[in-house]
Design a protein around this ligand. Structure first.
Ligand code: NAI
Length: 459
């Protein structure tokens, strides 16, 4: 089969690239080894974890928060099989949705593992091996959990996020290795469902990369919820000994528990791709090198998403997929990496876009800062969700918004306005002078923007 474009990988980067290229009139094939399209994000990542986050939040509310609203629920109980089934149903519906979108856009789907076999050639290994040719190829093979020495994965007791989305009963004690995004999101799910949760983090802080002040304040909120943190703790081994899990840490007593979630980062999937057949070399972190148009050094081969440089985020992969497809079809295609938000879906959520205070200080950029607490806001009080604040950072001379960092209810939705502000090169004055509907949580963003100039009204 001959195509204008073959995309290897059907995750959020790959399937979006395939659809966008087809919209632009290209004849597109997409190779995916799993039965379901959607990649890690849709099948075993963002979507199933969000289903569990919402469900576990409702359970927690029923048990601990609704009485304060005057709603008494007697004997709220957990039906874990139904919760897991609901999650699986959401995933199933969405992955089938991508099959439908492929048909609608006339993208040909190949089932099997794709690899390069020379310039313009892709071999699909699987039940029905095939050889495909194309003028252009986009590699979108994603990432997989990082393994560290000493951890004996058995898939049942010591496992990754994939297993933690499917525990068939609530662990009594869950030990999470790594205080990053996955550990915090899934740790908080099982905490809300009743587990004791201990997070072991190598660094002296959680959420590395997020604004330090925000990360520190987030940790306090999570501790208030009962999650236990041990920072500056390096895990050296973890295994199941037949009756319990034993986790050893450098310079401390071993910890006994019944489940271990290993979430110490992810690594690009770039092995076995036949890159040598076209002379494409990986960088030191086993990522595929690309330029600002997502081109690899080899003509006609592009790469996007987790298998290249940059944050491993589904929406970053999607933007790159669109940019690569548009570049192939039109000669133009661009991603603004300064305006990529990042969200940690805990309760409350943590969201960020642009530069952190640490980055601005390190770069010697002079800035002004406005903050506003959710506790001062009527809607947050009505929701009963008053933890956290919005912090707006703007250039001292030009007032251009450089970064916004939010800890608080629906922070992940509120950050969209801030990403748009950065994309349009807005000033904090622009946000402050934009009318925000009352009473909405978005007013907290406006008040923080007013705060850059010391003009918050309700503080
Ligand atoms: P992460 O990179 O966010 O955090 C891993 C943490 O593990 C780091 O803080 C690191 O210091 C710690 N660590 C490493 N080795 C350790 C050891 N031996 N003992 C103790 N701690 C150790 O990685 P995570 O949470 O696994 O997420 C992987 C990727 O998936 C990230 O790039 C993230 O952006 C992405 N992701 C994004 C989500 C979102 O945007 N909401 C959700 C889930 C994943």
């Amino acid at each position: 089969m001959n195509h204008d474009l073959i995309v290897i990988g059907g995750g959020p980067g790959g399937y979006v690239a395939a659809i966008r290229a087809a919209q632009l009139g290209l004849n597109v094939g997409c190779v995916e080894k799993e039965a379901a399209l959607g990649g890690t994000c849709l099948r075993i990542g963002c979507i199933p974890s969000k289903a569990l986050l919402e469900s576990s939040h409702l359970y927690h509310m029923a048990q601990h928060e609704m009485a304060a609203h005057g709603v008494k629920i007697v004997n709220a109980s957990l039906d874990l099989p139904t919760m897991l089934k609901r999650k699986d149903g959401i995933v199933d519906g969405l992955t089938k949705g991508i099959d439908f979108l492929f048909k609608k856009n006339k993208v040909t789907r190949y089932r099997g593992t794709g690899r390069l076999a020379g310039p313009g050639k892709v071999v699909v290994d699987g039940d029905q091996p095939q050889e495909l040719t194309a003028k252009n190829i986009i590699i979108a093979t994603g990432s997989k959990p990082m393994m560290i020495p000493g951890i004996e994965f058995d898939g049942k007791h010591v496992g990754t996020s994939t297993e933690a989305l499917n525990y068939d009963k609530v662990p009594e004690h869950l030990v999470v290795i790594g205080g990053g995004v996955i550990g915090l999101e899934l740790g908080s799910v099982w905490k809300r469902l009743g587990a004791k949760v201990t997070v072991l983090e190598f660094l002296d802080r959680i959420m590395a990369g997020m604004d330090t002040e925000l990360a520190r304040d987030s940790q306090k909120v999570f501790e208030k919820q009962g999650i236990e943190f041990r920072l500056k703790t390096k895990v050296t081994s973890a295994k199941f000994d037949g009756s319990k899990c034993i986790v050893t840490v450098e310079g401390g007593e071993p910890i006994h528990c019944d489940k271990v979630l290993v979430s110490v980062g992810r690594v690009p999937v770039t092995d076995g791709l036949g890159l040598e057949t076209v002379g494409l070399q990986l960088d030191a972190k086993k990522r595929i090198p690309t330029d600002s148009h997502l081109r690899t050094p080899i003509a006609g081969i592009f790469a996007i998403g987790d298998c290249i440089n940059g944050p491993m985020l589904a929406h970053k992969a999607e933007e790159e997929g669109v940019a690569a497809a548009e570049f192939i079809a039109t000669g133009y295609g661009h991603v603004n990496y300064d305006a990529i938000p990042s969200v940690v879906y805990t309760e409350p959520e943590v969201a960020s876009v642009g530069k952190t205070e640490d980055e601005l200080k390190a770069a010697g950029v002079e800035y002004r800062k406005g903050t506003f607490q959710f506790a001062f806001h009527g809607r947050a009080k009505a929701l009963g969700q008053t933890d956290g604040y919005v912090k707006v950072l703007a250039d001292k001379k030009t007032d251009r918004v450089l970064g916004v960092h939010i800890l608080g209810p629906r922070a992940g939705d509120l950050i969209a306005e801030c990403a748009a502000a950065i994309e349009f090169g807005a000033s904090s004055e622009d946000i402050a002078r934009t009318c925000h509907a009352h009473p909405t949580l978005a007013e907290v963003v406006k008040e923080a923007a007013l705060g850059v100039d010391g003009r918050s009204i309700h503080k």
